[in-house]
Unconditional design. Structure first.
Length: 261
């Protein structure tokens, strides 16, 4: 069962169906379903079934907004038995809160939005009572949208959220501001946007495919005394990217911890 079919929940559902999961065994709880989700009913998915019709499920994936979890999540107890695997992808929601609201055996996970194209990265941590078989089920469900890393220390999840969970927004901001700077330098807006978009996307693909680390790839682009070196003197100077990203990740980490309270 999937509770919450927003952008991330829908991305996961699409990944499961794309990999061959039988739609007839999937139920979705979503009070405001998109047209795409409604259309899946014709393929066999059950949309908003009452608990009495379903009973405790083997696996419950919770993709609700963390701010609404306490209120909306209580309605999920009818679907979660003592042995139900509960996989949460909610930011800032600790395992203890998941267990308190839903019951069951909890896995806390943090995916990111590239999951929508099967290129996400998810970090997950399991409660101590989660069996090896249940962990394997959670891994398969999460891996449908990209790669998965498992950790044992739940306290790391706030920093994970700040780096990879929120990270796509930082990259999109880079593309946005690179295009804006291009316009300031005299480029037509449409050309600046295309150059920024393709440069960020291509550089990301190169980083993914290369055996070299990011620092080495950066150095390979930089000729001493050249144009890139001039730009990097600004970006790597006082108040530059290192300072900004350190502060940004720290702010996101703090917010993730606040959401848990």
């Amino acid at each position: 069962m999937l509770a919450g079919a927003g952008k991330m929940g829908s991305a996961m559902l699409s990944g499961w169906l794309r990999q061959g999961l039988d739609a007839h065994i999937v139920s979705v709880i979503e009070p405001r379903p998109s047209e795409e989700i409604k259309a899946l009913v014709s393929r066999g998915i059950k949309l908003n079934p009452p608990p009495a019709d379903i009973g405790p499920v083997a696996t419950l994936v919770v993709a609700l907004k963390p701010q609404s979890f306490r209120d909306a999540g209580a309605a999920l107890k009818g679907f979660a038995g003592s042995s139900t695997l509960v996989v949460s992808i909610m930011a800032g929601t600790p395992i203890t809160a998941i267990e308190d609201v839903c019951g069951g055996m909890a896995v806390r996970a943090m995916p990111n939005t590239p999951a929508a194209i099967g290129r996400g990265i998810t970090v997950a941590v399991a409660a101590k009572n989660v069996s090896a078989a249940q962990r394997a089920v959670a891994d398969a469900l999460l891996r449908a949208t990209g790669s998965v890393e498992w950790i044992d220390d739940e306290s790391l999840m706030d920093a994970v959220t700040a780096v990879s969970g929120s990270g796509p927004a930082y990259v999109f901001l880079l593309a946005e501001e690179l295009a804006r700077a291009g316009v300031e330098a005299g480029l037509p807006a449409d050309l600046a946007i295309k150059l920024a978009r393709e440069t960020v996307a291509g550089s990301g693909e190169l980083l993914l495919r290369s055996d070299l680390d990011s620092a080495t790839l950066r150095k390979n682009v930089t000729s001493p005394g050249g144009t890139t070196a001039a730009a990097l003197e600004v970006l790597m100077g006082n108040g530059g990217m290192q300072s900004l990203l350190t502060r940004a990740v720290a702010a996101a980490t703090r917010r993730s911890k606040e959401l848990a309270k």
